[in-house]
Design a protein around this ligand. Structure first.
Ligand code: PEP
Ligand code: MG
Length: 579
């Protein structure tokens, strides 16, 4: 049993079997083999060991001739270990006694060895831990080879243990089988966290080296409420967490009763509660949770889920699918927000040194007009079938917004020439997620019909904190007074210019900030579906007078700590179960 503490990013408790997803996409399955298959498995192991040793010998020889014997000696430990009878005997015993697959046996034994080496005070051994992981991977590559697990068709419920989940990986996952995530790296608004909250499954990120400490098939508790992961728990821990999970479930069931009630304060002020989605299929669940429409459709997932550039028809089909599920409710389609964390760097021919400050989002679209136009054509074509709005992400200058709008007008002309129907007056909005846009909100407001504040990026760019980096996760906070001022100014600029304003970053779904946002005058909240009931509960439990008072107090504080403390106190009075 091993207890690991990380960053709690998606609440709930799950107890399930680990599926370890390696950074290289190697999945280490734990299948029980039949007794009659033991010999076959041992033969696979022998072959993998022999091939790996042969590879290492030839690698050693070529490095010795190019760079000298000293550097080549690095491989002596690797080759020696593959010949070490005690190690091979342990792997063999795991297969014979526990009827494990060869890959699972390799993984268990090598990780056990790595943990022993890690604890040794002798530096020679502690420095060999990386070599052990290297050897494990080499053997696994041989064993798994073409037997790659198809992540879209899992046979059992699992929790995914990964270094980090790439958007392209989550796009492929069999979402009905995945019950939780635990990752080595990441922060509150990293992709894994957002997906987990959208799916309503527990997740803990920033755990350090969890991938090295869990083997496929281990029983794991992921406590996404308290940020704890327990590997191979004992009976008492299992019982405690089952009980905690049941309590949470009862609380959620209670909140579900709010689903069909309006998001209205006690003094009768009505606000809109919308959902964020990455795929149209998520809409049904969002509506079940009480969403009144979709405030953010992250369309880049169409790219990330596919191995080819989506065609105009691919876009069109996805949008029509989304519209058909919404029955006239609004759908805010955000144009592609590719780049930075949402574009696997391998896909780029020239990886950027600093992708978050690079060619991402609207910049990328304006650099690739044919790609941008393909999407805009599809949105416009689909617009006649529903209540569609269009939103441009990462606007940093007014010129960018004007260029994007110009391309949209161009596409409208083209469609008109072709005699294709569209909604010419569809609403255009801008995401306010960079400080420059928040500061210029009054000017930008004159050119759009609505704002949507992307707090995930706004916090990252205001506080100079990488939203995906667990090492600085403690500095990433919506409660920083500088962030709050930018949010307040943006909401006020929208009101002065008579346009709508929503928040669609993760902050909108955190009940801790509901009173504050309400008090600042926010009328539209867009969040992950599972967050809706709690936020609605806070809205329905307060009055505007109280919310305004809360906002006034908060805006007078000069530290994040004061803000958090005060908001916790005030929110606890309305939603004691959540804190
Ligand atoms: C944001 O930045 O707050 C946002 C909603 O967009 P994303 O998380 O997709 O960057
Ligand atoms: Mg963003």
């Amino acid at each position: 049993m091993d207890i690991k503490k990380g960053i709690a990013v998606s609440p709930g408790v799950v107890i399930s079997t680990a599926l370890v997803l390696d950074a290289e996409d190697l999945v280490i399955p734990r299948r029980q083999i039949e007794a009659c298959a033991v010999e076959e498995e041992l033969a696979r192991l022998r072959q993998a060991v022999a091939q790996s040793a042969a590879d290492l010998q030839s690698l050693r020889a070529s490095i010795a001739s190019d760079h000298g014997k000293e550097i080549a000696a690095i491989f002596d430990f690797h080759i020696g270990l593959l010949k070490d009878k005690t190690v091979i005997n342990q792997i063999t015993a795991e297969i014979v006694n526990n009827h494990s697959t060869a890959e699972h046996a390799v993984s268990v034994v090598m990780r056990r060895l790595a943990a022993t080496f890690q604890r040794m005070s002798d530096r020679y051994f502690s420095e060999r831990v990386k070599d052990l992981h290297d050897i494990e991977k080499r053997l696994l590559r041989k064993l798994i080879g073409s037997r790659h697990e198809d992540l879209s068709k899992l046979e059992h419920d699992v929790v995914i243990i990964a270094h980090d989940l790439l958007p392209s990986q989550t796009a492929m996952l069999d979402r009905t089988r995945v019950k939780g995530f635990a990752t080595d790296v990441g922060g509150r608004t990293s992709h894994t966290a957002i997906v987990a909250r959208a799916l309503g499954i527990p997740a803990v990120v920033g755990l350090g080296n969890i991938t090295a400490e869990v083997s496929g098939g281990d029983t794991v508790i992921i406590d996404g409420s308290r940020g704890v992961v327990i590997v191979n728990p004992d009976e008492q821990q299992l019982a405690e967490h089952r009980e905690f999970g049941e309590r949470l479930f009862r609380f959620e069931t209670e909140l579900q009763k709010l689903r069909d009630l309006p998001a209205e304060t006690r003094d009768g002020v009505r606000v809109s509660v919308l959902a964020n989605i990455e795929f149209p299929e998520e809409i049904d669940e969002a509506l079940r949770r009480g969403a009144e429409g979709i405030g953010l459709y992250r369309t880049e997932f169409l790219y990330l889920a596919s191995d080819h550039e989506p065609t105009e028809e691919d876009h069109y089909r996805a949008y029509v699918d989304a519209i058909s599920r919404l029955d006239g409710r609004q759908l805010v389609i955000r144009t592609l927000d590719l780049g930075a964390d949402k574009y696997t760097q391998e896909k780029q021919l020239n990886p950027e040194r600093n992708p978050f400050l690079g060619d991402r989002s609207i910049r990328l679209c304006l650099h690739d007009i044919p790609m941008f136009k393909r999407q805009l054509r599809a949105i416009l074509r689909a617009s006649v079938q529903g209540n569609v709005k269009i939103m441009f992400p990462m606007i940093t200058t007014i010129m960018e917004l004007r260029q994007a709008t110009m391309v949209l007008r161009d596409v409208m002309e083209e469609l008109e020439d072709e005699g294709i129907e569209m909604k010419r007056d569809l609403q255009i909005g801008a995401m306010i997620e960079v400080p420059s846009a928040a500061i210029m909100a009054d000017q930008i407001a004159k050119e759009v019909r609505f704002f949507s504040i992307g707090t995930n990026d706004l916090i990252q760019y205001t506080l100079a904190v990488d939203r995906t980096n667990e090492r600085v996760a403690g500095l990433f906070s919506p409660a920083h007074p500088a962030v709050l001022k930018l949010i307040r100014d943006t909401i006020e600029a929208a009101a002065r210019n008579n346009i709508d304003c929503s928040v669609c970053g993760e902050m909108a779904g955190e009940p801790l900030y509901t009173l504050l946002l309400l008090g600042l005058g926010l009328k539209t909240f867009s969040m992950n579906g599972p967050d809706i009931p709690e936020v609605k509960k806070v809205i329905r439990s307060t009055t505007m007078e109280h919310a305004r008072w809360v906002a006034q107090q908060v805006m007078s504080f000069d530290s994040e700590r004061q803000v958090m403390h005060f908001l916790k106190e005030e929110t606890r009075k309305l939603l004691p179960e959540a804190f």
